[in-house]
Structures are given as structure tokens and as C-alpha cells.
Design a protein around this ligand. Structure first.
Ligand code: CTP
Length: 418
């Protein structure tokens, strides 16, 4: 198989240096990368750096190697064009079809997926001109990744940071993978969740016993993070409610951190109010201690142990399924089952689907305890309509996309244009 051809566009922002790391990720994982900086990008990071890291000559304008017609050929032959960082100026040019250098020409000739990762000051990102340009680009199927919040150049902080290169890389890999497998065309395009707001919960909640101890479970949050990443790569606005997860924030995703089931419930309900879909991939603790001690519980001298009484936590999935924020909202639950004397894994899962009232239930057979913390997964996606989709053993990212395929098929209302 030939190596995927990636054009890495770099426009003129201070975050250009982070594109070096992104470039390394691509080359080290076998991609054929051509770097196309703008003239302004070269003020930040020089051509020798890009040429050395990519192993190819680098030019910002259309007058180098004219006999090879690079201003047309690069876009035509690419499997993916990604611009990181994409400045406000680059977004404006791309939205209006200007073509005054090699990168903007390439964007006009590209027929492959295009990913833009903006980075700029908050004022520029929030300016109505930029908002309109981003909306135009998204309406054409371009994946514009939401910038991260945090420290910007100088002393200010806010929205506008370039997401971690590692996470931009994951988005690109996702988009490339879907394009190569043809699944994006089958499900209505790479950005088939554009204009949709989705909520994903991930991780395991903690129920405090005292200031240093808690009850929890083994959920790593990986499947929920893969779902959030996959949804962002398909163009959705994503709110990820994360309970005690030690993973990097996925690019373009709003992360809300929580600790307990009560906090998870509040965050999910509030985000679900306007959402097209809610996926409960978190493992909320079903029980919490009836009382929480403000001071550390001490050992007794007589060797006796304290007894802990528990009370049930609310079932969030059941609540959002039975009291939908919108009648057309698609709700997805997960079930980790082992099967028992009363029924097989699938029997128990069907009963759980009915009990919870969700539209889809992703069923993992955890008899061997294999799913927790691993990067792979295998599952059956049951539908309330009686459907059952077998997802063979594969990555959590592959399962995430299968789940979104099922969700997309059930979204009835047209996507919002904003
Ligand atoms: N869930 C939830 N709120 C809870 C517990 C679970 O929303 N308090 C959600 C999980 O996020 C997951 C699904 O419900 O999507 C799985 O629930 P599970 O704990 O397996 O189901 P239970 O109803 O607790 O089933 P069981 O009777 O097997 O304990």
C-alpha cells in the first residue's frame, strides 16, 4: 500500500513551532508529508527546519519548480490537507477562495478532506468576520477544529490556543482512516456530524468516604475519549464530561471535569439540554457512602473496622432517556455484562436496553475483565428498534465510529447551520 500523502500547511502564527511536532508524528507513522508554509510562517520557523523534518524541499510560493505545476498538483494528489496553525487571515482567504500563495492555491485544488486547526488571540477568534468564515468553511465540509483554551502568546489567556499536536494528529489519522475505508462517503461525508451538538461522558466516578479515600471503579475513560475524538473528527460540537480521566484533552472538544456521580449527573443534564445525542460511556458509581467524614477515618485500637453504609446514586442514563431534553435526541448507553444463570450476555443486555429506555446500547462481554484500560474493544450495538450490529475486535476508535454511524442513522432533525 502506498503511503498516505499529507500536505501540512503552516500559516504565520507563533504556534508554527508546534507544527514541527505534528510533522514528526506524521513522518514517524509512515506518512508522505509535503510542508507548505506561508511567507509569514517562515518568519517564525525557517524553511531548513521543514525541509529537514519532512525530507523534501519546501516553498511558500508558486514560482518554485513551475514545470511541475505544484500549485495544482499538490492539492490534486493529496489524501489530506491539514493547516496548523491556521491564522484568522488564512481562514479568511480559504473562505473566500483567494489564492495568492502555494498554500491557498493548494486549498483550492484539494479534493480530499481538509482539516484546519486555528490558533489566534481570543478577540480574533470571536470576531464576527472569523465566525462567519469558519461557518462558511464548515458548510463546505471543511473540518475546522475548535481551538483550545489556555495561555496565549504574552500574558493573556483564553480561547485560541492550538490543540496539542498529538491530538491534531489523532484527528487527522481519524479523518484519513475514514476516507481510506470509504465509510465517510457511505455515511454522508467526513463531516456528517457538522452542525450537531453531542455530549459524551467518560471515566469512573469517585464517591468520597473521607478527605483521602473514595470508592471508584476501573474505567479508564478511553472509550469515551475515543467517542469524543471521533465525533469532533466528524464535525460535531462535542462536550465531554470526564470523571477522573488521566488522558489528554481531545482536540476541538470542550471538556468538563467532574468527580462524583452527582457532579456527573449535573454536568450531563446541563449539556444535554440542547444536544442532538448523548452517549453515556462513563462508569458512574451506582452507590455512594451515606455519610462522608470531613476528617480522616482513624483505625481503632481494638482492631475493629468501621462499617460503611451505602445508598444508591441516581441512574443518569435512565433519567435522560425517560425525560428527553428534546424528543428527537438520540441516547446511547453502555453495558458491561458477564451473563449469569438468568440469561446470556445478549438476553441481559436486551432487558437492560428496555429498562434504561435508551435508543442504542453498546454491549461489552466483560467475562474476562479484558476491556478496562485496554486500547481495543469488541461489542454488539443493540437498537431499541430490534437491530443488532456486531463490531469485531478492533480499536476503541473503530468502535466509536461504528457507534456514531448508528447515531447518525437515527438523527431525524436537520442539523443546525450555526
Ligand atoms: N449509568 C448511569 N448512571 C448510573 C449507572 C450507570 O447513567 N448511576 C449508565 C452508564 O453510563 C452506562 C449504563 O448506565 O451507559 C450501564 O449501566 P450499568 O451500570 O451496567 O447498568 P445497571 O443498571 O447498573 O445494571 P446492573 O443491573 O447490571 O447493575
Amino acid at each position: 500500500m502506498s503511503r498516505p500523502r499529507v500536505v501540512l500547511g503552516v500559516s504565520g502564527g507563533i504556534a508554527a513551532y508546534k507544527a514541527c511536532e505534528l510533522l514528526r508524528r506524521f513522518t514517524e507513522s509512515g506518512h508522505d508529508v509535503t510542508v507548505v508554509p506561508t511567507a509569514a510562517a517562515l518568519e517564525f520557523v525557517g524553511a531548513p527546519t521543514w525541509a529537514a523534518l519532512s525530507g523534501k524541499p519546501v516553498s511558500a510560493e508558486v514560482w518554485t519548480g513551475v514545470h511541475e505545476v505544484p500549485h495544482v498538483r499538490l492539492g490534486q494528489t493529496a489524501d489530506l490537507v491539514v493547516v496548523a496553525p491556521a491564522t484568522a487571515d488564512l481562514l479568511a482567504k480559504a473562505a473566500h477562495g483567494l489564492a495568492d500563495d502555494l498554500l491557498t492555491n493548494t486549498l483550492l485544488t484539494a479534493r480530499c478532506p481538509v482539516v484546519l486547526a486555528p490558533a489566534m488571540h481570543t478577540e480574533m477568534w470571536e470576531h464576527p468576520a472569523t465566525t462567519a468564515n469558519v461557518a462558511t468553511l464548515r458548510s463546505r465540509g471543511v473540518l475546522v477544529v475548535e481551538p483550545a483554551e489556555g495561555r496565549l502568546t504574552g500574558a493573556d489567556t483564553g480561547k485560541g490556543r492550538l490543540p496539542d499536536p498529538e491530538e491534531i494528529f489523532e484527528v487527522c489519522r481519524d479523518v484519513l482512516g475514514r476516507a481510506a475505508s470509504g465509510t465517510s462517503a457511505a455515511t454522508g461525508g467526513a463531516a456528517d456530524l457538522a452542525g450537531r451538538h453531542v455530549v459524551v461522558s467518560a471515566g469512573g466516578t469517585r464517591e468520597r468516604l473521607d478527605p483521602v479515600r473514595f470508592l471508584s471503579n476501573r474505567s479508564s475513560g478511553r472509550q469515551g475519549y475515543a467517542l469524543a475524538r471521533a465525533a469532533a473528527a466528524r464535525g460535531a460540537e462535542v462536550t465531554l464530561v470526564a470523571a477522573n480521566v488521566a488522558l489528554a484533552d481531545p482536540a476541538g472538544v470542550k471538556v468538563v471535569r467532574v468527580e462524583s456521580t452527582a457532579e456527573l449527573r449535573d454536568a450531563v443534564l446541563s449539556a444535554a439540554a440542547g444536544a442532538d445525542a448523548v452517549v453515556m460511556a462513563a462508569a458512574p458509581s451506582d452507590f455512594r457512602p451515606t455519610t462522608t467524614s470531613d476528617t480522616k477515618i482513624k483505625k481503632a485500637d481494638d482492631g475493629s473496622a468501621p462499617s460503611i453504609t451505602l445508598q444508591q446514586n441516581p441512574d443518569i442514563l435512565k433519567e435522560i432517556s425517560h425525560h428527553r431534553a428534546r424528543p428527537d435526541q438520540v441516547v446511547v448507553g453502555f453495558a458491561a455484562e458477564t451473563g449469569d444463570a438468568t440469561g446470556s450476555v445478549l438476553d441481559l443486555a436486551r432487558a437492560k436496553l428496555a429498562r434504561k429506555g435508551c435508543d442504542l446500547l453498546v454491549v461489552n462481554d466483560v467475562s474476562g475483565g479484558a476491556v478496562f484500560g485496554s486500547t481495543d474493544n469488541e461489542a454488539v450495538i443493540l437498537g431499541a428498534d430490534g437491530s443488532a450490529v456486531d463490531v469485531p475486535h478492533g480499536s476503541k476508535s473503530a468502535l466509536a465510529h461504528q457507534i456514531w454511524d448508528e447515531v447518525v442513522a437515527r438523527l431525524s432533525r436537520p442539523a443546525s447551520s450555526g
